[in-house]
Design a protein around this ligand. Structure first.
Ligand SMILES: [Zn+2]
Length: 166
């Protein structure tokens, strides 16, 4: 079994909202692995993350038993290319910030959020706590992320999965 090496860069650990364009929502690494029956490799990534990062959220450093694999993509808006640069484990709340498009905007996401017992407030408070910022800073990041997302949703993206797909 080939387990891709997990690359580490000096990217910021700040918690930001980074939404996946709707045109590639079924083309995350997870989707590709799932489609190609490579879920063993996905499990391999999870095990490697547990070894390397322990049971901590990579962003907020909280110890958590429930950790999600987060794909970090770099966008080149001019060239319409996106590259998978890093993969880390993040906690439930950080993951919800990253995937705000799903949790805040889809009916299924909203319903799930309710069932999990989270309110939008919980998520926004987590953002402010991790970034040591005010509510208005969340608002700014939110508006910026949504504006960028809307533009990116209209584009066709060339995706580069780096060494995660060989
Ligand atoms: Zn976290």
């Amino acid at each position: 079994m080939h387990i891709p090496r997990i690359v580490y860069r000096r990217s910021s650990r700040r918690l930001t909202i980074e939404l996946m364009p709707t045109t590639v929502k079924d083309k995350t690494l997870f989707h590709i692995y799932n489609k190609n029956r490579r879920l063993e490799d996905w499990k391999g990534i999870k095990e490697e993350l547990l070894r390397r990062e322990g049971s901590k959220c990579w962003i907020c450093q909280r110890n958590e038993s429930l950790l999600h694999i987060q794909e970090f993509w770099d966008f080149d808006d001019e060239k319409q290319t996106m590259k998978l640069i890093e993969i880390h484990h993040v906690c439930d709340l950080c993951h919800k910030i990253k995937r705000t498009d799903f949790w805040f905007f889809t009916d299924y996401g909203k319903e799930q959020l309710k069932q999990l017992g989270y309110s939008y407030d919980d998520i926004i408070k987590h953002f402010c706590k991790v970034n040591k910022c005010k509510l208005k800073d969340f608002g700014e990041n939110w508006r910026e992320a949504i504006a960028t997302w809307k533009i990116r949703n209209r584009k066709i993206w060339q995706q580069d999965y780096g060494e995660f797909i060989s």
